[in-house]
Design a protein around this ligand. Structure first.
Ligand SMILES: [Zn+2]
Length: 62
């Protein structure tokens, strides 16, 4: 998968986060940098968020 905005390569965590933050049916993914811009946060917070979702057992992050 590549980022829908900048074309960067995105991993499973980024795809999972995109779906969490927008909606589950989302057919595209955004990279951490673009997600951070969209949600006025930073990439470190997003990584921690992905980690927290994984620990909570969210299917999107397994
Ligand atoms: Zn991007």
């Amino acid at each position: 998968m590549t980022c829908a905005e900048c074309g960067a390569k995105v991993g499973r965590d980024e795809c999972g986060l995109t779906r969490k933050l927008f909606n589950r049916g989302c057919s595209y993914c955004l990279c951490y940098a673009c997600l951070a811009t969209r949600f006025r946060t930073d990439t470190e917070s997003l990584r921690q968020m992905a980690e927290a979702f994984r620990e909570s057992g969210c299917m999107l992050f397994q």
